[in-house]
Design a protein. Structure first.
Length: 197
């Protein structure tokens, strides 16, 4: 009995060290050597100042910027910093979800001066599962071109060309859908068409 207990304790210690210390350290070192920007959170800096992460959505609301998907998690930020990610967890029959979507559709149509029957891209009215999705569909980005162009005092063809240039293909050519990173698009927008003061 004592021998079996000792073996169990030894196995627990060995596997705790191997899986809880050595493996995480090895993966951390490998990630820092092979994928440093991604391992550090894909942080984006401009003029020596941190402006965000290419992996996390931010709440752009100014009409001169492209807007991300709505976030049920407040884009993971709160008064004390990052608070986590989550969806609304409302099912398709939820009255709250339906109310939220109707409000999002109404606000989007008003911001774009569209009639009540105008279709809007689904990803601009439904929150993502994490509430932090940094991407929108190319259709959602194209939908916003007229509003952004008017707010920036730029021509729609030039803004549309910027959107087309920002479209990322599916990963490795076949995983997922084409998408547009909102933060990177807005930074390119600021570079090419500075906001009117």
């Amino acid at each position: 009995m004592f021998k079996l207990t000792l073996q169990s304790i030894r196995q627990t210690v060995v596997w705790t060290v191997a899986c809880g210390v050595l493996y995480p350290c090895a993966i951390t070192v490998f990630a820092q050597l092979a994928f440093r920007p991604q391992a550090d959170g894909s942080l984006v800096e401009r003029n020596g100042r941190l402006v965000g992460s290419a992996l996390l959505a931010q709440p752009f609301t100014d009409p001169g910027y492209f807007w991300p998907r709505p976030s049920a998690a407040g884009y993971g930020t709160g008064p004390t910093g990052i608070t986590g990610s989550s969806g609304s967890n409302h099912g398709p029959t939820s009255a709250q979800l339906q109310s939220d979507v109707r409000a999002n559709v109404k606000a989007l149509r008003e911001a774009h001066k569209l009639p009540d029957s105008a279709p809007v891209p689904a990803d601009l009215v439904y929150a993502s599962g994490s509430g932090l999705d940094p991407h929108i569909s190319p259709a959602a980005a194209r939908f916003q071109v007229a509003r952004v162009a008017a707010a920036r005092g730029a021509g729609e063809p030039a803004i549309r060309a910027l959107v087309e240039k920002a479209i990322e293909p599916p990963q490795w050519g076949f995983l997922g859908e084409a998408r547009v990173n909102v933060l990177l698009l807005n930074l390119a927008l600021d570079d090419q068409f500075p906001a009117k003061q």
